[in-house]
Write a protein that binds this ligand. Structure first.
Ligand code: MN
Length: 348
């Protein structure tokens, strides 16, 4: 005998479409980054990063170079109104030669500005900067903000200065003019992952170097260098953005600070890591569509500091969109994370 169903007494309202902005979304430049020395499209070098094969990069490259068709279609299907576009990793940061890095950054910024001008209601620009000379980086940032209308900066991890083995991180004393410009212009700086340099711990395990694992500790270490060198004590209004739900920092924040309390060099910041996570650091959901990880991040940082991102073209908008549409959080937090926080942080 079947159990009788309760009668439905009316039609409940359908949820309104969730408005979305995404800010870790990438493009490529057709001449500068996508061909090898013989002018062929480069896939093999990229394909050695992590577990991703040439088939993956064929698709990714066509998506990186598209601004007018499939990118907009993918955004539309997932209900993404606007994206902030940034040059794909490693971008300018792997160009060792100073003059080449600086001129390439300008070329790429001008290229992006043109694409943004063609779709001003859908695209917002993020600046690419060469770090060889922080004064020049600051001037290029000012040009990008004041002349090109860009709203943010994307830095692809450490910069290789003059040689591949000479790495510069953004806590370097020489970077002071850049932090001055960032705070004067009130522009958030987004640190994007790149693989660790000469990392012996991954020998024999290329599958661990990229998005699977290596990106997170490399980028978290970069952020911690900035925190524990006192950048946010010197520049209390500086704004740092990390992808992938904070590259593990929300989960590890207590343990990190606990360890720092026994710091061997006696160098302490004015505040605790959780305070900087509450005042200076924002994180995005790019490529980390985990309910548990999002809950941990909300508990550590609060929903006001979390912003939706997808990481197109390396992730599909459909998956990221579905995640933020349905993940078990309050409707208030969902709207903040999907849209409102980005509007406020980037003054859109
Ligand atoms: Mn990315």
């Amino acid at each position: 005998m079947s159990i009788p169903s309760l009668p439905k007494l009316g039609t409940p309202p359908a949820p309104a479409p969730l408005r979305k902005i995404a800010l870790e979304e990438h493009f490529g430049h057709p001449d500068l980054f996508m061909r090898d020395s013989e002018g062929r499209f480069e896939t093999r070098k990229e394909a050695t990063i992590g577990h991703l094969g040439p088939e993956y990069f064929e698709v990714v490259q066509s998506r990186l170079l598209d601004f007018d068709t499939t990118r907009l279609q993918a955004m539309d299907e997932a209900g993404v109104e606007k994206v902030l576009l940034s040059l794909t990793t490693f971008g300018i940061q792997a160009i060792t030669d100073r003059a080449a890095a600086q001129s390439t950054a300008c070329t790429v910024n001008d290229f992006l500005a043109e694409r943004v001008r063609a779709h001003p209601d859908r695209y917002v620009g993020m600046a690419s900067l060469a770090m060889h000379d922080a004064g020049q980086a600051a001037r290029e940032l000012e040009r990008c903000v004041n002349k090109l209308g860009f709203k943010g900066v994307m830095v692809n991890g450490y910069s290789q200065i003059d040689s591949e083995d000479n790495l510069l991180y953004l806590d370097d004393e020489r970077m002071t003019p850049l932090w001055e410009a960032l705070t004067a212009l009130d522009i958030p700086l987004y640190i994007h992952p790149r693989p660790s340099h000469n990392a012996a711990q991954y020998d024999g395990h290329p599958e661990l170097t990229g998005a699977a694992w290596g990106f997170a500790p490399e980028t978290a270490a970069h952020a911690l260098r900035i925190v524990y060198s006192g950048i946010f004590d010197r520049f209390p209004t500086a704004k740092l953005v990390l992808g992938h739900l904070g590259e593990s920092l929300p989960f590890l924040a207590w343990r990190i600070q606990h360890g720092i309390n026994f710091s061997p060099n006696g160098r302490f910041t004015k505040k605790r890591l959780v305070d900087y996570l509450a005042e200076n650091i924002w994180v995005t959901t790019s490529g980390n569509f985990s309910t548990q990880a999002l809950h941990c991040t909300i508990l550590t940082m609060g929903a006001d500091r979390i912003l939706f991102s997808n990481d197109y073209p390396y992730e599909d908008y459909a998956e990221g969109g579905e995640f933020i549409d349905t993940v078990a959080i309050s409707e208030s937090d969902r709207r903040k994370i999907a849209y409102e926080n980005a509007m406020a942080l980037y003054k859109l």
